[in-house]
Each structure stands twice: as structure tokens, then as C-alpha cells.
Design a protein around this ligand. Structure first.
Ligand SMILES: [Zn+2]
Length: 287
């Protein structure tokens, strides 16, 4: 049976010192499993620090994922901005790989009112080049464009899955809260969440579900989609249904909690996940 590793988007709030090393040590103390390096403004980590972090994570058994900078748009009208976007992904991927991170996520871009099929082609073309450069360097970090929270942003489940089907080394990052916000309230029942997992498994094969990069938090949304992340219990996000579906589809990988109370909610998810798993082992849900 696969296991989902659960952790925080960035350094836990209680961690001291406020460094990535301090962060992973705190997660280990709390009994959590992974941390996403939030390079969301820029990639500040140096190579030496990345190597040291890798050694520490191996020792205390914390896995890492990476979030590349927000300022990425592979569909910009200005090719200069597209090049800068690719450079940001590459920089985050290189430092992440040195730090031992297994998977990198990013928001691929905006539609800008363009035909969605043309946007998909453009993103595919640019991402193929990024993947090729990393492959040439021997960098095998998983490149995972994320399902996004607003209808103006490229990133439906179908678009992301199709990129993954056509570019080897590219995989989906499923942000369940974004899907919920993007659809203004759908993707929140057990059945709807199962449909997403079933689709990914059907299109990409079972192995895509063995190492799935995921995000989950509470979320506030409106007509334009995502407004802000919330604590799980302060939102209508049906996180229990998400966890149940992950267990029923035998999903493995990394579930990163992006709620404002980071580790508190990550622990809530971990507790709930463990409880469902134990119930299955004890046969109480089958009996
Ligand atoms: Zn994101």
C-alpha cells in the first residue's frame, strides 16, 4: 500500500530558527513527513545550503518538494518574459535537485483571452524545452504544473494531465483547493474527488498516482475563483473526503498543506489520514 507524505508549504510557524533546516527539524519533531521549499518570490538558497539541507533531510527522513516563483507566465506575449519564466523554473529546479527535492510545482501561465488550445500548445512547447535542459544536466526532478485556482489561469485537470501525457518527466500537481475554487464550489464531494483521481490514473497510468504532488488547504473563492487560503476548519473544503479518496485510490506522494496555520492543519490532515488508514487495517469500515 502507498503512503501519502504530509507536510507544510514552507517553514512551519513555530520553527526556530526561521530557516529551511530549522523548518525540517520542526516537522520531524511534530511527526510530519515533508516540506515544500517556497521559492515563491525568488530562489535565494545557495548551493552549499542546499547540499547541507539534503544531508539533514536524509538523516531525519523528511522529503522535500519545491514551489517555483509565482512570477511565471509561459504564455506571455513578450518572449523575453517567457524566457525569464523558464529561467526561474530552471533555477528553482537546480537548487531543489541539489537539496534532494523530488518534485517541483509552478503555475504555468495565463490565457490572456487566447484560444485555450493555442495556449496549451505554447505551454507544451516551452515546458518541453525546460525538461530537455534539465534532462541534459541529469536533473530528474519531477516537473509538475499545478491545477490553478482561477478560470483566467491556465491549469485545468485536463490541461495539466495532457501535458503530463505528452512530455516525459512532466506530471500533474493536483491542488484540490484550487479545483474547488476554480469551479466555484464543485470538486468537493467524495465522488467528485474520486473522478479527478480516476481521470489522472486512466490518462497517465497507475504510476502517476504512486507519486502524486498535491496541495490542500481551506479556501475562500468568488466568481473569479480563488480569493485566499483559509484554515481547513474555517472553510467548506471537504478535506476528509479528499483523504478518503486518496486512501481508496491507493495514492502515494506528497500532500502539502498551504493553510495559514501551516503545521496545525498539516497535523490535522495527518491525524485524519492515519485514522482512516487504521480503520481500514482494523477492518471497521469493511465490516
Ligand atoms: Zn501553487
Amino acid at each position: 500500500m502507498n503512503r501519502v507524505l504530509i507536510g507544510t508549504a514552507g517553514i512551519p510557524l513555530e520553527a526556530e530558527p526561521r530557516t529551511s533546516s530549522g523548518g525540517v527539524k520542526k516537522l520531524s519533531e511534530l511527526g510530519l513527513d515533508c516540506m515544500e521549499l517556497e521559492f515563491v518570490r525568488s530562489v535565494q538558497m545557495q548551493e552549499k545550503a542546499a547540499r547541507e539541507l539534503r544531508a539533514l533531510c536524509e538523516e531525519i527522513k523528511i522529503e522535500l518538494t519545491v514551489h517555483a516563483p509565482y512570477y511565471i507566465n509561459l504564455n506571455s506575449k513578450e518572449q523575453e518574459k517567457v524566457e525569464a519564466s523558464k529561467a526561474r523554473i530552471l533555477k528553482a529546479a537546480r537548487i531543489g535537485w541539489l537539496a534532494g527535492a523530488k518534485s517541483l510545482t509552478f503555475h504555468a501561465g495565463y490565457y490572456h483571452g487566447d484560444d485555450h488550445e493555442l495556449v496549451w500548445e505554447k505551454v507544451k512547447q516551452e515546458l518541453t524545452e525546460v525538461r530537455r535542459i534539465l534532462d541534459d544536466e541529469g536533473n530528474r526532478i519531477r516537473l509538475c504544473p499545478e491545477t490553478t485556482g482561477a478560470p483566467s489561469q491556465f491549469g485545468t485537470v485536463e490541461e495539466i494531465t495532457r501535458l503530463s501525457a505528452e512530455i516525459p518527466g512532466v506530471y500533474p500537481c493536483i491542488d484540490f483547493s484550487h479545483l474547488h475554487a476554480r469551479t466555484q464550489g464543485a470538486v468537493n464531494t467524495y465522488e467528485e474527488i474520486c473522478e479527478v483521481l480516476e481521470y489522472v490514473g486512466k490518462e497517465l497510468g497507475r504510476s502517476a498516482l504512486d507519486h502524486l504532488h498535491m496541495h490542500l488547504s481551506g479556501i475562500e473563492y468568488g466568481p473569479k475563483g480563488e480569493r485566499q487560503h483559509l484554515a481547513l476548519t474555517e472553510s467548506d473544503m471537504n478535506y476528509k473526503a479528499v483523504l478518503q479518496a486518496l486512501i481508496d485510490f491507493d495514492v502515494g506522494g506528497w500532500l502539502i498543506c498551504e493553510s495559514p496555520i501551516l503545521e496545525e492543519d498539516a497535523l490535522l490532515l495527518k491525524h485524519e489520514y492515519t485514522q482512516i488508514t487504521n480503520n481500514i487495517k482494523g477492518g471497521t469500515t469493511n465490516g
